[in-house]
Each structure stands twice: as structure tokens, then as C-alpha cells.
Design a protein around this ligand. Structure first.
Ligand code: ADP
Ligand code: ADP
Length: 233
């Protein structure tokens, strides 16, 4: 089953009189349960594609089916409703709220989803347990290592049980050891059935996924290949 399907997606940014074609006729499918990395040089269109996949931006042209629904031309409000319902996000900078505990940070998305207090607490605790932080629930971000903070952010991203977990350079701010710690969590979540898509510049991170989607000059140039098979031309 395709969870993400882009058909001939293009995005043009208007900069004054100048049009910048960020991606052109990108077609791409990601199945339920896949574990993918998106790679490519700076300026190749990765962020643009991720913003569209993440329902943060709309394409100029083409169809985008997310879990069966064409969301390409949905109004902003409906797009953000779908985003909250279907997607979880992890960023390079963890974006945790400093004044809240780990548990409270993970409870936040459920406040917006209108889930009651007791259930919020139980679900947040369960998500934190899934990332191995059951003993850190009452700690604030500044009492946690970078790797632990990113694991809190992952717990927050999965607490509403999204159909896809999207991560933009999730290990970009971490050292080698904590990168491994965080990648172990993504791998475990994927083994438990979560579809995971991440942008990364790090070959050692991409290598741990099952598929690499390569962008160059606003197009997908290679897909369905592991890093070792890929021969840059
Ligand atoms: P990457 O994430 O691979 O670095 P981007 O998607 O950020 O690539 O950029 C692809 C191309 O689109 C680049 O030429 C970039 O300068 C341009 N671009 C990206 N975002 C914008 C924007 N908001 N306005 C104008 N041009 C943009
Ligand atoms: P990344 O490190 O993810 O590639 P960038 O530094 O390329 O991010 O871009 C940061 C932000 O600026 C993004 O939201 C992107 O869409 C926007 N952007 C990128 N290139 C341009 C551009 N040429 N003009 C305007 N905005 C841009």
C-alpha cells in the first residue's frame, strides 16, 4: 500500500520577476512500513519535497496522495488538519519547550487533538517508554543530553500514532554516539511497523535505512538503491 505517492509534482517559487523551479515532475511512491532516506546536494530540492510531503506547502503542479487522499490542492486549513492527523515530525533542532518536562512536551500534541488529561498522560508515558525514557519523564530538556532530547521529540512525534514519521536531519545536531542512540529508536519504530522518511546528509545514517531516494537538480535521480549500490555519475 502506498502511503505517500507523488505524481509529476513541481514547485516553482516566485522571487519578484524571477521564477525558481525548486523541483520538476517528481514522481515517487513510499509504501507503508518503508524506512527511507532522502539525500542529495544542497539546493537539489530535498526541503521543498519534504515540505510538500509534510503538508507544510502545496505543489505548483501535480498530485500528492497521502494515505489515499489527494492533498495537493487542499486549502491551508484542511491541509494542516491532515498534517496533524497523519504525520509526525522530528527536526534537527529538537524544538522542545524548555519550561516543560519531557512528559508535558509529549502531551502537547494531544492538547491540540482534544484528548482528555488522564489519557494524555498515559499515552505520553507510553510513547516515552517506547523511546527508552521512562525514567526521564519529569526532567526538563536542559537536564537531558542531546540524544535524550531528540528521543523526547520522537516520542512527541509518534504519540498521536501518525501514518508516517518525517524527520529532517534528525541527527544533524548530534555526535556519533548519540546519533547511534537515536537511529536505534528509528530502526526499532520501523521494525514495529512505522513508516519512516528522513532527510540526511550523513552516509552512515542513510546506510541504516532500507532505501535511499536521491535528489539532484530538483529531480529524483535514483531510488530503490542502498548507499553502497549508488554510483554517483
Ligand atoms: P535542498 O533542501 O536540497 O537544499 P531546497 O528544496 O531548499 O533544496 O531548494 C531547491 C531550490 O529551490 C534551490 O535552488 C533553492 O534556492 C530554491 N528555493 C527553495 N526554497 C525557496 C524559496 N522559499 N524561495 C525561492 N527559492 C527557493
Ligand atoms: P536546508 O538546510 O534544509 O536545505 P536552507 O538553508 O536551504 O535549508 O533553507 C532554509 C529555508 O529557506 C527553507 O525554508 C527554504 O525553503 C528557504 N529557502 C531556501 N532557498 C531559498 C531562496 N533561494 N530564497 C528564499 N528562500 C529560500
Amino acid at each position: 500500500k502506498d502511503i505517500i505517492r507523488l505524481e509529476q509534482i513541481s514547485k516553482v517559487y516566485q522571487m519578484g520577476d524571477v521564477e525558481v523551479q525548486a523541483i520538476a515532475n517528481v514522481s515517487l511512491s513510499i509504501q507503508a512500513g518503508e524506512y527511507c532516506a532522502i539525500m542529495g546536494p544542497s539546493g537539489s530540492g530535498k526541503s521543498t519535497a519534504m515540505n510538500i510531503i509534510g503538508c507544510l506547502d502545496r505543489p505548483s503542479k501535480g498530485q500528492y496522495y497521502l494515505d489515499g487522499t489527494d492533498v495537493a490542492q487542499l486549502p491551508k486549513k484542511e491541509l494542516s488538519a491532515i498534517r496533524n492527523q497523519k504525520l509526525g515530525f522530528v527536526f534537527q533542532q529538537f524544538h522542545l519547550l524548555a519550561q516543560l518536562t519531557a512528559l508535558e512536551n509529549v502531551m502537547l500534541p494531544m492538547v491540540y487533538a482534544g484528548i482528555k488529561g488522564r489519557e494524555r498522560r498515559d499515552k505520553a508515558a507510553e510513547a516515552l517508554k517506547q523511546v527508552g525514557l521512562e525514567n526521564r519523564m519529569q526532567n526538563k530538556p536542559n537536564q537531558l543530553s542531546g540524544g535524550q532530547q531528540q528521543r523526547v521529540a520522537i516520542a512527541r512525534a509518534i504519540v498521536n500514532r501518525p501514518v508516517v514519521l518525517l524527520a529532517d536531519e534528525p541527527t544533524g545536531a548530534l555526535d556519533t554516539k548519540t546519533t547511534e542512540e537515536v537511529m536505534d529508536i528509528f530502526t526499532q519504530l520501523n521494525q514495529d511497523g512505522m513508516t519512516v522518511v528522513m532527510v540526511t546528509h550523513e552516509p552512515d545514517v542513510a546506510r541504516l535505512t532500507n532505501r535511499i531516494i536521491w535528489f539532484r537538480d530538483g529531480q529524483v535521480v535514483q531510488s530503490h538503491l542502498t548507499l553502497d549500490e549508488f554510483q554517483p555519475s
